[in-house]
Design a protein around this ligand. Structure first.
Ligand code: PNS
Length: 168
C-alpha cells in the first residue's frame, strides 16, 4: 500500500475561521502532509487580497497542533496544481447539507479531470456548523464581535479593514 499520503485543502479562506482551522488540524492528523491551498474562486470575488489571506492563515496556524502543514497558493486550475504536487487526496469541510451539492459537483469534476483524485469530506464540528467567512465579514463590517469565530491574532486586522468599508 502506498505511504506518504499528500492531501490538499483548497479554499478561499476569505478570511480563515475557526471552522477551517478545525478541519486543518483534523486533516493534518489523517495524512502525512497537508497543503492548505489559498485559491481563487472566480464566482466569489474576495474581500481580502491573496497575500493577506495567506498571512492570516500563517498567523492563525503558528500554534497549530501539527508540523506537517504547508500553506501555499494557486491562481490557476486546482487540478493542475494537484497533479503537479503529486497529491493523493482533496480535503473539504462539509457544514449543513447546503454545502453538499456544490462540493459533490467539484469532487466529481476533479475526479473526471484526474482519476486518482479522491475527495475526502470532513464534517464540520458542531460549533462551526453555521460558521462561514462571509458571516464573519458581515459581522466585522458592522462593528460586531468576531472573537468567537476567528483567532485573536487576526481579528483586529479583519475588523480594521472591513469596518472602513461601511461605517461612516
Ligand atoms: O472556499 P471556496 O470558495 O468554497 O473554495 C472554492 C475553490 C477556491 C476551492 C474553487 O473555486 C477552486 O478550486 N478554484 C480554483 C479554480 C478551479 O480549479 N475551479 C474548478 C473547480 S472544479
Amino acid at each position: 500500500m502506498a505511504t506518504n499520503k499528500i492531501a490538499i485543502y483548497p479554499g478561499s479562506f476569505d478570511p480563515v475561521t475557526y471552522g477551517h482551522i478545525d478541519i486543518i488540524e483534523r486533516a493534518a492528523r489523517l495524512f502525512d502532509k497537508l497543503i492548505v491551498l489559498v485559491s481563487i474562486n472566480p464566482v466569489k470575488p474576495a474581500s481580502f487580497p491573496l497575500e493577506e489571506r495567506i498571512d492570516f492563515l500563517k498567523r492563525s496556524l503558528k500554534h497549530a497542533k501539527a508540523d506537517n502543514i504547508e500553506i501555499d497558493n494557486n491562481k490557476g486550475l486546482f487540478i493542475d496544481y494537484f497533479k503537479r504536487r503529486k497529491a493523493d487526496v482533496i480535503v473539504k469541510g462539509l457544514r449543513a447539507m447546503s454545502d453538499f451539492e456544490y462540493e459533490f459537483q467539484m469532487a466529481l469534476l476533479n475526479k473526471d479531470m484526474c482519476h486518482t483524485a479522491e475527495t475526502v469530506f470532513l464534517s464540520a464540528n458542531a460549533a462551526s456548523m453555521f460558521l462561514s467567512s462571509s458571516a464573519v465579514r458581515q459581522i466585522a463590517m458592522f462593528g460586531g464581535d468576531i472573537s468567537a469565530f476567528v483567532p485573536h491574532c487576526i481579528a483586529g486586522d479583519i475588523i480594521e479593514k472591513l469596518k472602513k468599508g461601511v461605517l461612516p
